[in-house]
Design a protein around this ligand. Structure first.
Ligand SMILES: [Mg+2]
Length: 223
């Protein structure tokens, strides 16, 4: 039986990127480096950073403003610390477990691949390139660059256009129930939910990807 799906689109944060691990790695480096004279407990700084970040829901300058107060930081301003984050975070970006294998397997099976991310440009592009898998991808669409955000239809349409895909032949993989799953469902794509901060399951998704080792099978089974 010929495979029905031809294209697989991915969200970036907590779908391709292990953002939690990447953020912890970055925060530890920042605490032990530029903040080493002022932060005596890098692990505590790291855990406060991750808490205040609220899975990316809080602007970084607000996170740093609180960290400056809590840790009595005087050498660096919130804008200097934020600039360091913007420039250096990509150096700490790690793919989620199994992503590299799944992506190269899908590519070798002839699928077109794309990324659709709500976020800033060129920050998100840099983070994506840092994963080392971009050679397999045909499109990277970042909301700030195109002026539209998920779950709105426009950004999904741009990704379809860039990959030359039809919605009904496209699988969307993401961890955000509303932005990723509801948005892609509304466009007529087959949706795969990645469990994480938003819960273990999401009923509106067509399938749940509990391990990237199973993603290719899910995509090949999609109808
Ligand atoms: Mg995400």
């Amino acid at each position: 039986m010929a495979k029905r799906m031809k294209t697989v689109l991915f969200d970036l944060d907590e779908t391709l990127i292990d953002r939690s691990a990447s953020l912890s790695n970055f925060a530890l480096w920042q605490a032990s480096g530029m903040l080493r004279r002022e932060v005596t407990d890098p692990d505590l700084f790291c855990s406060r950073f991750v808490d205040l970040d609220a899975n990316g829901g809080v602007l970084k300058n607000e996170v740093y403003s609180k960290l400056i107060d809590e840790f009595g930081i005087g050498d660096w301003s919130e804008s200097e610390l934020t600039k360091c984050y913007d420039l250096c975070f990509s150096g700490f970006c790690e793919p989620k477990r199994g992503v590299v294998g799944a992506v190269s397997e899908l590519k070798s099976l002839g699928f077109k691949l794309g990324v659709v991310s709500n976020g800033r440009t060129p920050f998100q592009e840099r983070n994506f390139y840092a994963l080392g898998i971009s050679a397999h991808f045909d499109a990277i669409v970042v909301s700030e660059a195109v002026g539209f955000r998920k779950p709105g239809r426009e950004i999904f349409d741009i990704a379809l256009e860039e990959t030359g895909a039809k919605a009904e032949e496209t699988v969307f993989v993401g961890d955000n129930p509303v932005a990723d799953i509801d948005g892609a469902n509304a466009c007529g794509m087959y949706t795969v939910y990645v469990p994480g901060h938003y819960g273990e399951t999401y009923e509106a998704a067509n399938a749940i990807c509990t391990s990237y080792d199973n993603l290719t099978a899910l995509v090949l089974d999609a109808t």
